[in-house]
Design a protein. Structure first.
Length: 146
């Protein structure tokens, strides 16, 4: 059986932590082997990044020679960076304990993501709602520009 490494977005630094629903802004990345044994836990330095947190996280994962990523949600740029590098991406329900996430993956119960996800409010990517009156983008110049 081929050995492989899995990176899981996590809210804490051990296997009893919950799955973090975000990939690029996850608090921690836990790297485990194919049996679910913790190899290392790394605090995500991109949590507070203004932009590009997903791409930075994807680059980090690729440098760690990870084969699989499991997260609650992932943006289109990070997904493209990972899949182009040969990393498989799977989704698990946010808040699930990491031990259970690994068990679900090993049973084949997680959904693999192969194309960008639709926009979901509150996850930090996508176009978001259009706001009027803020100038610059959108239609017109807003109230102040008249």
């Amino acid at each position: 059986m081929k050995s492989y490494k899995i990176c899981i977005s996590a809210t804490g630094n051990d296997l009893d932590a919950a799955l973090d629903p975000r990939f690029g802004r996850a608090l921690y990345f836990l790297i485990v082997d194919e049996k679910g044994k913790l190899i290392k836990a790394i605090k995500n330095s991109g949590v507070q990044a203004m932009r590009g947190a997903g791409i930075a996280a994807a680059q980090f994962v690729v440098k760690e020679k990870v084969d699989i990523v499991i997260t609650g949600n992932i943006g289109p740029n990070a997904l493209a960076a990972l899949t182009t590098s040969g990393v498989e991406v799977y989704l698990a329900p946010p808040g699930m304990r990491l031990r259970d996430v690994i068990d679900q993956y090993r049973k084949g119960a997680l959904q693999q993501v192969k194309e960008p996800l639709p926009y979901r409010p509150g996850f930090g990517f996508g176009p978001g709602p259009r706001r009027r009156g803020f100038g610059g983008r959108g239609r017109g110049r807003g109230r102040l520009g008249r």
